[in-house]
Design a protein around this ligand. Structure first.
Ligand code: NDP
Length: 250
């Protein structure tokens, strides 16, 4: 109920929030919504043109200062992650939140047939990049008054499902990364971490996973934004370490 009613315009005022996969789908909607609520957003995705379109929309409709890092997270390494942290510190002097949202779906294929290189690419994009960014960004988040990390999970990351391959395994790992981190941070840090399972949501990834589905039958990314904003803001208080189903809050 608190979350359903959570709609304050300025709940992310002057926060600095990094969003991966901000060029499309849920990440794009989060970038626009966080900026509307006052946050300076740092946007990562591969497609520079799409990122620039998000940047332009934020610049022309809000007073905030976004920046973009066009980058393929499959090729991220610890040095680049640290350079990104350094650039954020130089630009804003702080970092308050990270939304780990980018993911590769990979092929819908049995484990017996799953291509080895694609396995590595999906795990790298969905899990290893989040580990590198977590390490690089944690010192900045710990210096913030109410640092937040939001990981993005899926129902196939809690119970395995045939033919979801590396994507499903990457989401189990995402849950594990979030939980391990949450346990480490709970006593010693102000940083609060969560995983959110958006559930079926109207995006290109959903359409590619369920080509026969009428997109109008699943919620739009915007419908999840009260929950995302609540978790990113200091309103979520000491709430910590949970894996949350967004459709419980629609
Ligand atoms: P989309 O495919 O619509 O968007 C994915 C975003 O991630 C895009 O901005 C894409 O940008 C970016 N991205 C993908 N690969 C890379 C990469 N290698 N490097 C950098 N950026 C990358 O997905 P959704 O919005 O549907 O999904 C968002 C999150 O929600 C994902 O973690 C997904 O697993 C999860 N989820 C979604 C559900 C749904 O029904 N939609 C259900 C359950 C979970 P670009 O192509 O420009 O790189």
């Amino acid at each position: 109920e608190i979350i359903e009613q959570f709609n304050p315009d300025n709940c992310l005022q002057d926060r600095v929030i990094l969003i991966t996969g901000a060029s499309a789908g849920i990440g794009k909607e989060a970038a626009l919504e966080f900026a509307r609520r006052g946050a300076h957003v740092v946007l990562i995705a591969r497609n520079q043109e799409n990122l620039e379109a998000v940047y332009d929309e934020i610049e022309s409709t809000t007073q905030t200062r976004p920046i973009i890092f066009p980058y393929d997270l499959n090729t991220l390494n610890p040095d680049i992650a640290r350079e990104m942290a350094y650039a954020i510190e130089q630009e804003y002097g702080r970092l308050d939140g990270v939304l780990f949202n980018a993911s590769a779906l990979g092929s819908k294929m049995s484990i017996a047939q799953y291509p080895e290189q694609q396995w590595l690419d999906v795990i790298n994009t969905n899990v290893n990049s989040a580990f590198y960014l977590t390490k690089a960004m944690l010192p900045l988040l710990e210096a913030a008054p109410a640092g937040r990390m939001l990981f993005t999970t899926s129902s196939v990351g809690r119970k395995g499902r045939a033919y979801w391959g590396a994507y499903a395994v990457s989401k189990f790992a995402t849950e594990g990364l979030m939980e391990t981190l949450a346990d480490e941070l709970k006593a010693t840090s102000n940083v609060r971490v969560f995983a959110v399972n958006p559930g079926g949501t109207r995006t290109a990834m959903r359409a590619s996973a369920y080509p026969g589905e009428n997109p109008e039958t699943v919620p739009a990314p915007s419908e999840h934004m009260p929950l995302y904003c609540y978790l990113m803001s200091d309103a979520s208080g000491d709430y910590h370490g949970a894996s949350i189903d967004a459709y419980d809050y629609l």
